[in-house]
Unconditional design. Sequence first.
Length: 90
Amino acid sequence: MDGFRDNAAEHRYEFDAPEGVSFADYRDVEGVRVILHVETPEAARGKGYAQQLMDAVVEQARKDGQRLRASCAYAVAYFRRHPAAQDVLG
């Protein structure tokens, strides 16, 4: 996905949008990548960027064989709304 990257130095995934960068902070714990916090700039909210970010995070996890765990409210809600993405939960 264009504009998506894993900023490993900052321990966060980032997604560029015209209104700013949405991001998902993470921490690796015992082989599982825990999504700690998802945030979209105020000007970009309601435009689907956080969902696009999480879609890309899930695709990257599948590609890398990475297991994910949702810790923040947005990530928990995302996985509830997208059962097809739950295959990466661990």
